[in-house]
Design a binder for this molecule. Structure first.
Ligand code: OAD
Length: 252
């Protein structure tokens, strides 16, 4: 790793007025959560499971139990996972930036695991915008009502008490629109930032992957942190390495 790149990114972080951070599954890898597309070790979820079946409305309508149980299994796997230094560094950075009043740091995450929130990034204050939803929440497919009851161990698709519809996990599936308010917040953060950090994402899934281009079009500097750098041509600085280790080197 070139020290010069680290030093440059450190400087950019110090000087930026508005920072937009986009995170993906790689940021939770050091917490022991599988990414989606890392096929090499056979651990990427989409190399073992079919996203068309398990992450689409059609898949759910065809076999609701199968899809529900798969999310129940993912919840079980994720339930004892803890935020790692990457989540914690970002949350602390946000608190310090807010306290100083000199910098605004907005975090947009594609992750549904809730670890940024656990680390202290507050969704209510738009410190973290979870554009792909949250695996710990459920809502009714039919009437949209939120279902807050504990579903631990429930293996059959719960029925909505209000309308009798099927309850589903509140994650965005392929082909579904993102929540409009969240997406607006994400676009605004990317549009207005002077520094954009893309961390732990393969940048293959749109519209999230387009945020980097939006930021670049407005003159922001683009930094990527990833042990397997992506091919995106809009990146100004690539830091090859794990999110937890590299973030603590560049964020003072
Ligand atoms: P991917 O699985 O596509 O990519 C994970 C990225 O993390 C890869 O580029 C890895 O090289 C990188 N990575 C692995 N370990 C890392 C570490 N310790 N530190 C930093 N980076 C590391 O995951 P996403 O880009 O998040 O959508 O995938 C985007 C969306 O596709 C997900 O939100 C999900 C999925 O289908 C939905 O569920 C809607």
């Amino acid at each position: 790793m070139e020290q010069a790149v680290i030093d440059k990114v450190k400087e950019l972080i110090k000087q930026a007025k508005r920072v937009c951070i986009l995170t993906g599954a790689g940021v939770s890898a050091e917490s022991g959560i599988s990414t989606f597309r890392e096929a090499q070790d056979g651990k990427g979820l989409w190399s073992q499971y079919d996203p068309k079946q398990l992450a689409s409305l059609d898949g759910f309508l065809q076999d609701p139990e199968k899809v529900w149980q798969w999310y129940q299994w993912r919840r079980e796997v994720n339930q004892d996972k803890k935020p790692n230094p990457a989540h914690i560094t970002i949350a602390q950075w946000q608190k310090q930036a807010k306290a100083s009043g000199k910098q605004e740091v907005t975090l947009v995450t594609q992750n549904v695991d809730g670890l940024h929130q656990q680390a202290g990034s507050d969704p209510e204050k738009y410190e973290v915008v979870d554009i792909h939803g949250n695996i710990w929440q459920n809502h009714c497919l039919q009437c949209g009502e939120k279902h807050l009851e504990d579903v631990t161990g429930v293996q059959q698709v719960p029925e909505c008490k209000s309308c009798g519809g099927q309850v589903r996990p509140s994650v965005v599936w392929f082909g579904e629109a993102l929540d409009e308010k969240k997406w607006q917040a994400a676009e605004t953060a990317a549009f207005c930032c002077d520094l954009f950090l893309s961390i732990g994402t393969s940048s293959q899934v749109y519209p999230a992957a387009g945020l980097m281009m939006l930021a670049k079009s407005q003159g922001a500097k683009i930094v990527e942190i990833n042990p397997e750098p992506t091919q995106s041509s809009v990146i100004d600085y690539q830091i090859k390495g794990k999110a937890g280790i590299m973030l603590s080197k560049v964020v003072s």
